[in-house]
Design a protein around this ligand. Sequence first.
Ligand code: ADP
Ligand code: MG
Length: 334
Amino acid sequence: MADSPVSHHSPESPPDQEANSNQRAQMEQAYQQMQRKMRMSKMSETIKHKIMVLSGKGGVGKTTVATGIALSLAKMGKKVGLMDIDITGPNVPKMMGLEGTELHIEDGQIFPAIGPHGIKVISMAFLIEDPDKPVIWRGPIKLGAIQQFIGDVAWGDLDALVIDFPPGTGDEPLTVSQTLPNLDGVVIVTTPQEVALLDSRKSINFAKTISVPVLGVVENMSGYKLSGVASPSAEFSITGPNGVPISIIASEDGAWSTTLDLFKFGGGEESAQDLEVPFLGRLPFDPGVVRGGDDGVHRIVADPNGETARAFGDVVENILNSLENRNSHNVKIT
Ligand SMILES: Nc1ncnc2c1ncn2[C@@H]1O[C@H](COP(=O)(O)OP(=O)(O)O)[C@@H](O)[C@H]1O
Ligand SMILES: [Mg+2]
C-alpha cells in the first residue's frame, strides 16, 4: 500500500525527499495496476473457458459441484484452474485436500496450490491467517481483493477456470463479471425443492442482467439410491419418504434397487425448461460426498468410477456441449 500523501514529516526526512518517495510509491502502484490490467486482458487467450458456479441458496452443494466439475474436467485430461471467491466461507481448500497450504509469491505474482489431477487452486483461505476468525471485508477492499485475485495469479495456460462463489447474487459475481474478460457462462446449482428452485430462478435472471450466458442448471442431492438382494423375482414394498409405499420387483437373480426422491423429483429440469436454459443433469444424494468433503478427499477422487463420479462426468459432458453450442451459434443472452 502507498503511504498516505498527507503523512507527517519527520525531522530526518526533509519534505521534498518525502514527496519523492510518495511519488515513487504512487508510480509503483500505477505500474502494478497496469501490469495487472495487461495480465487480465491476456487471460482471454491463455484461459480458454471461464465458468462461474452460482446458486441462489447456501448449502445446496455449490462448492461440491464447483470442485466436482473441476475434477471431472481434469480427469478428462484438461488443464484446469479453480478459484474460490467465497471470501467469508472459503471451503474449496478443504474439499480439495489443500487446507493449510502456503502459497508461493514471486515478483508480485501468486502461484496457485496444486490439487488432485494437477488442478491449480486459489482461495482466499490460503491468505487468511486464522481460518476460524470471521473476516469482515469492507465493500471496496473486498472488490479490490477480488480484482487482485484475478489479475495477480500466475494461472498459466488453462483449458478451463472454474469459479466458486458465496451463495446468492451479491457483489462477488458482479465484480468478477466486470473484471474477467470473456466469461463463458454460469452453471446454476439447485436442489429439487421449491425454495431452492425459486432462488435459482433469481440466479438465472441475475446472469441475464449481467449479460453472461447460462450454461445450464445442475440438480444436486437429487435422489438416494437404495439397493439390495431379495429372493429371485420377489415382489415387495418398502416405505419411502413421507410414508409413501414404494413397490419393488427384484430381478431374476434377486437384485433390486430404487431411488428415493428425498426432496422432490425433477424440479431442476422443470425450472430449466421454464426458463429456457439447458438442463445439465442430476447428481445423486450420496453420503460419501459428505465424508469426502469432511476428510478432504473429494468423492470423485475417492471413488472415481462410482455413481457420483459418473453423474459428474455426464454433467461435464453437457457443459462442454453447452460451451460448444454457445461458440458455434455465438448466442449472447441479454
Ligand atoms: N450430492 C450430495 N450428497 C450428499 N451430500 C452433499 C451433496 N452435495 C453436497 N453435499 C453436502 O452438503 C453440504 C453443503 O455442501 P456445499 O458444497 O458446501 O454447499 P454450498 O457451497 O452450496 O454452501 C456439505 O456437507 C456437502 O458435503
Ligand atoms: Mg460453498
